[in-house]
Design a protein around this ligand. Structure first.
Ligand code: G4F
Length: 321
């Protein structure tokens, strides 16, 4: 039985990855922050299953900004594979809290790499990098060779972390990989990301629980995929004979308007009757032309995004109903 350790296990990707790895018969260890909040709703169905929790799934309290705790967990668990998904992941918020974003996302990853370097047994690391490392790139779609040009604190932190993953691979021979992941969504997406925000609002307006939806830039375009495809890609990246970096993306761009059309269309409403734009949700500096070329992931891993954008937004909206 292989043993995996996941940082960020309670998030959207962490919860789907946990289910995926349990399905592959892994022993799964999740790292959780010790906070006063016990909101682990995405994993509740697994915690309440005595055949899983405490037998095949384990949680450990540790923190990326408290290296001793994390080192202790690493030495105790001795994972074959580490999936590093934790971090402050909201781009807009990173303008408000740049220091803690960089501390957790950039320095947190470096601390983890240092610990892995000291481990007595070899392990494999997957790092959840982001399309935000490209910012406003010189070419579109982007490949693994497109230069990094981040335009927000979150993107800068991810660029640092992703490059450190490369440095530790080349300088120390560690099996460390980046998945350069474009936007990926699901009914478990956090409520302040635009897809979930829109799907939730469409359902609430339909049910008379909300009067209007306030958004930022509705012409913004992104390459939106399905989180369940992406966790499969993370696993495939770590099963390769050699460590490498891969773009995980659909290769297709959609706009916030497209999400509005689909979500409000699902509940039989016209979005323009309910949506207002507010500069409060505009970003001081907006990334642009972020479309990924997943060609390398397809050629080398056999990975491709299988879910359709239209089905995803409909599923997310119906889940809110
Ligand atoms: O849903 P978003 O907040 O996602 P964003 O900023 O693209 O970041 C997500 O994807 C990245 C991968 O490329 C991850 F690295 C990152 O951790 C995160 O998962 O915003 C999507 C777009 C943006 O252009 C934003 O300006 O939607 C636009 N938008 C327009 N109105 C809005 C809103 N975004 C949010 N969150 N809220 C709005 O009201």
């Amino acid at each position: 039985m292989k043993r995996a350790l996941i940082t960020g296990v309670t998030g959207q990707d962490g919860s789907y990855l946990t289910e995926f790895l349990l399905g592959k018969d892994y022993e799964v260890h999740g790292v959780v922050r010790r906070t006063s909040s016990l909101d682990r709703s995405r994993l509740k169905h697994l915690f309440s299953n005595p055949a899983v929790y405490g037998r095949q799934l384990f949680l450990h309290y540790a923190d990326l900004d408290d290296p001793t705790t994390l080192r202790r967990v690493l030495f105790k668990v001795k994972p074959d594979e580490i999936y590093h998904l934790a971090g402050q992941s909201h781009v807009g918020l990173s303008f408000e809290i740049p220091e803690s974003t960089c501390d957790l996302t950039a320095m947190g990853t470096l601390r983890l790499l240092e610990m892995i370097r000291d481990l007595p047994q070899p392990t494999r690391l997957f790092h959840a990098a982001s399309s935000e490392i490209f910012g406003r790139p010189s070419e579109s779609p982007q490949t693994e060779l497109t230069p990094m040009l981040p335009v927000n604190p979150y993107g800068c932190a991810k660029a640092f972390a992703a490059q450190m993953v490369v440095v530790y691979r080349t300088a120390f021979g560690l099996f460390t990989c980046n998945g350069i992941m474009y936007n990926h969504e699901s009914p478990r997406r956090g409520e302040n990301f635009v897809t979930r925000k829109i799907c939730r609002a469409a359902a609430a307006i339909k049910q008379g629980r909300l009067k209007e939806l306030v958004l930022g830039d509705i012409d913004a375009a992104r390459d939106w995929g399905d989180a369940r495809d992406f966790v499969r890609g993370m696993w495939m990246i770590l099963q390769q004979p050699h460590a490498d970096d891969y773009i995980l993306a659909t290769g297709q761009a959609h706009t916030v308007r497209d999400i509005l059309d689909l979500a409000f269309g699902t509940v039989g409403l016209k979005w323009s009757d309910w949506v207002r734009q507010d500069p409060r949700f505009m970003r001081p500096s907006e990334s642009a032309h972020l479309i990924g070329n997943p060609g390398k992931a397809f050629a080398k891993l056999g990975w491709r995004a299988e879910h359709r954008f239209e089905d995803l937004i409909r599923e997310m909206t119906l889940a809110e109903m």
